[in-house]
Design a protein around this ligand. Sequence first.
Ligand SMILES: O=P(O)(O)O[C@H]1O[C@H](CO)[C@@H](O)[C@H]1O
Ligand code: HPA
Length: 289
Amino acid sequence: MKDQICYDDYQKTASWLLSQTQHRPKVAIICGSGLGMLADALKCQDSFPYSDIPGFPQSTVQGHAGRLVFGELKGKTCVCMQGRFHMYEGHSLCKTTFPVRVFKLLGVETLIVTNAAGSLADSYQVGDIMIIKDHINFPGLAGLNPLNGPNDDKFGPRFPPMSGVYDKDLRKIAFDLCKSMGVSQFVQEGVYCMVGGPNFESIAEARLLHRLGVDAVGMSTAPEVVVATHCGMRVFGLSLITNKVVKSYNDTESVNHEAVLEVSKLRSQTLQMLVTELVSRMDINNNTT
Ligand SMILES: O=P(O)(O)O[C@H]1O[C@H](CO)[C@@H](O)[C@H]1O
Ligand code: HPA
């Protein structure tokens, strides 16, 4: 896939998908590492391996199946990415966010992002679910932004605001749902920070992030949210805390991807229920043709 992607490229992929499925999703869900089971709750599925979808990049990371699944969650039509693309895989940022603009052209209005993340906040525990309140896009601050290059006005403005992008109403609904599900004791709300990866943080880097007020760190999500916000989508995000980031030189533990995937499994059912109930409460005009 070439690096410069133009409107026609997104349109071609969207048209192909529309010709292959009757589903017309209003909600898109991006599954984080080990969280692909979120798609299992979809009814009346049509699914497409990324390798079959014209123009789609390919997943290369363990725990990211590489499949696009259309279906219904409690009668609401959704499309779910079982596997996302990361900058460290060697994709350009406009490739990692390619699906988001395709979703826009499919008619998606709300993007739900999920990820596995390490915690910096002292009060967080492994297995906590963090409702994302805001993000720090470290690569973005350093000039690595998926919106770099000529702006396409068909998608959005040259200088999009990024304040208040994680929808307040959806966050409130999610909190209330967690209470009624009896899981609020392990639900947090906080700031996610994207770093480039693929290495996990050094202790000095972890301490820096902690001092900056970061609650959870990962290697994804922010570029997808930037592109979704640019094209006017509503955004909701969840981080599953899969590990505590090592911040002390006395700490002998270290993190690895297998441990991240293990913890993802632990909370998979709760996350699936939360996302399903959240979607069912969304104010969506469902056109099914
Ligand atoms: O952000 P997701 O895709 O959930 O994956 C997270 O898990 C991987 C590290 O274990 C990294 O890719 C990190 O970003
Ligand atoms: O500790 C982490 N750091 C960065 N990315 C991650 N993804 C899961 N855990 C982590």
